[in-house]
Design a protein around this ligand. Sequence first.
Ligand SMILES: C[S@@+](CC[C@H](N)C(=O)[O-])C[C@H]1O[C@@H](n2cnc3c(N)ncnc32)[C@H](O)[C@@H]1O
Length: 268
Amino acid sequence: MTDPLPPTRRNRASLTYKLRYAAQNPDKIRAYLSRMSRDLKFRVASRDHVAYYRSVMRSDTARNPEAAVGSRSHGRWLALGRMQFDYLLEHGLKPDDRMLEIGCGNLRAGWRFIDHLETGNYYGIDISPDILLAAQHTLVRQGLRDKMPHLALVGDLKLRFLPSAHFTVVHAHSVFSHSPLDVIDECLANVGRVLAPGGFFDFTFDRTEGAEHHVLREDFYYRTETLTRLAERHGFTARLMDDWEALPHGQSKIRVTRPEPAEGTAPA
Ligand SMILES: C[S@@+](CC[C@H](N)C(=O)[O-])C[C@H]1O[C@@H](n2cnc3c(N)ncnc32)[C@H](O)[C@@H]1O
């Protein structure tokens, strides 16, 4: 009884999907029920999504920080970080780039960016104090204290405390896959201010070609057009990165940039 639909058309929130999945994976039913009850508890106690997800991260990080950012083993944690790093390197990431990493987690990729960039050129932000403490352990373990990265706790994605036109690369891996649309909208409304001229913002998301849906309040599935249109509404050009699709990663990646000013037009 395999699922007849390809992964990008599955609706993981539908009853049919859940029943089929439970029948195929009886060993996972208990864990799912416990996630459901945690979801209910955190929803009741949280004033908004950020507070909710901060509680999820607290609970997951207490068990295992590497699993909390989505890696089942240390080997996977290393490989997923490497994949993100190699991709940006191939796209020209240079030591003098200034990088903002949104949802930096425990620096799965961040420690490689910090190592590559010039001192002080990495800025990681996250909503979870627990995972930021784990990020400090990663920094120490990798011997990167002298690179003076910034790690900051945030309560929203308005980015008000960051300088204008500063970051040449903004990166959010596996963050919008855990975010409702209003959080993504807030980010896209504000990220343009901190992007340096010619800079870009790469983010991954869980792509569906069917109905948009979410599983609990933890995993969100979007159609590409929803996110590209949202980015365009905030004045960006947005494109799905085909070379990322070829990599062994379940999520898709969109790059947003400011459109080039037409010839002879002064930049605004
Ligand atoms: C799956 S982890 C990925 C971490 C890191 N990007 C990586 O690839 O290892 C998602 C991270 O995003 C953070 N996060 C979730 N929503 C966020 C938001 N609205 N603003 C900033 N960080 C957020 C979580 O706390 C968590 O550390």
